[in-house]
Design a protein around this ligand. Structure first.
Ligand code: ADP
Ligand code: NA
Length: 327
């Protein structure tokens, strides 16, 4: 297996603790041992939100600042914006030739979103073709490894089938990527559902300490604990789920779980302890964010350099693809 990694994130706005625990922490580890390409995939954001493209550019900037502040290092990995490398769109077109419609129509994320999302117009080709562009993103870099969440595994399977079909027709040009499942549990938001920007329940990396505490303070807990003296069940409490991700003290966690079960500590005390751990993680991120906000020229330089490095690899692959197609 080759040591090339590709992963991307859509520029949908400020990132939150779910992105940090569920994706970025792993990406940051990988940048030391692997040849990583991390892309802010702006075309993908446009596909699901074409009616409001005005925020995409500022959202790219937010995502870049969040990535850098969390610890992605442009000296160790390639950081770039998808649309700055036009070969993504070109390979997407080439792959569309070898993609039977049935693969896309049967994709679980497509079927689910077509049924569940009512406030967006999803009746366009781009939405159906999302996995084709995602495959192009990965295959352009001949990535052997793609670190993603479980939710993306069907898309990756389609990418692998495309490689087999393309190579079967035109020769061994593309590389079959392997999925690397990120082993982090879902981070719940303040309402107990999965933390997500679209649910309005997120603790964002750019939030101030006051914002963080206000969100934690009002976060839902085990509903059985109505009064301070009611015992609770940590396994039914989303605050406990966040402890499991961000609290690095096993002895404190054991005390908290026991205290919850016996009503020895209240929910507010439990949240105050969690705040300490969340702030330990978030404070250095905030400091770096302030630095990048004061040095906006750096951001442009990083993306320009990233596009040059990514573009060199992308052009080489695309040249091979076009040669294989025979024109
Ligand atoms: P997309 O940008 O593809 O719509 P999301 O914004 O949901 O996806 O998040 C990108 C990635 O960040 C996900 O694939 C997942 O790995 C991670 N992630 C997002 N939210 C959470 C969460 N609440 N808990 C754990 N991981 C999360
Ligand atoms: Na690296």
């Amino acid at each position: 297996m080759n040591q090339r990694v590709f992963s991307g994130m859509r520029p949908t706005g400020q990132l939150h603790l779910g992105h940090l625990a569920g994706a970025l922490t792993n990406w940051i580890k990988l940048q030391d041992g692997y040849d990583c390409f991390y892309s802010i995939v702006d075309w993908h954001a446009l596909m699901s939100d074409y009616a409001d493209s005005s925020k995409i550019e500022s959202n790219c900037r937010e995502v870049l600042i969040d990535w850098l502040s969390s610890g992605l290092d442009p000296e160790k990995c390639v950081i770039f914006v998808q649309s700055h490398v036009p070969q993504h769109a070109e390979l997407h077109l080439a792959l569309s030739m070898v993609t039977p419609l049935g693969w896309l129509q049967r994709c679980p994320t497509y079927k689910e979103q077509i049924i569940n999302i009512q406030n967006k117009d999803l009746s366009n080709y781009a939405f159906l073709g999302y996995p084709v562009l995602m495959a192009a993103d990965i295959l352009l870099y001949k990535a052997g490894i793609v670190p993603v969440g479980e939710d993306q595994s069907a898309h990756l399977e389609i990418a692998r089938e495309m490689v087999r079909r393309f190579n079967g027709f035109f020769g061994e040009v593309l590389v079959e990527p392997q999925i690397m499942l990120t082993p982090t549990p879902k981070v719940p938001g303040t309402d107990g559902k999965k933390m997500s920007k679209s649910y309005g329940n997120s603790i964002n990396l750019a939030d101030s300490p006051e914002d963080v505490w206000n969100k934690l303070r009002t976060m839902v807990t085990d509903p059985a604990r109505e009064k301070r003296t009611d015992p609770g069940d940590p396994e039914k409490c989303p605050v406990w789920d966040i402890h499991k991700v961000f609290n690095n003290s096993d002895s404190e966690k054991a005390e908290i779980a026991e205290g919850c079960r016996t009503a020895g500590i209240g929910c507010v005390d439990c949240k105050k302890k969690l705040k300490v751990h969340v702030e330990r993680v978030m404070n250095p991120i905030r400091e770096k964010r302030a630095y990048y906000e004061k040095n906006p020229d750096l951001l442009g330089d990083i993306l320009r350099e990233g596009a040059v490095k990514a573009g060199a690899v992308a052009r080489k692959t695309m040249d091979e693809v076009v040669a294989a197609l025979g024109f």
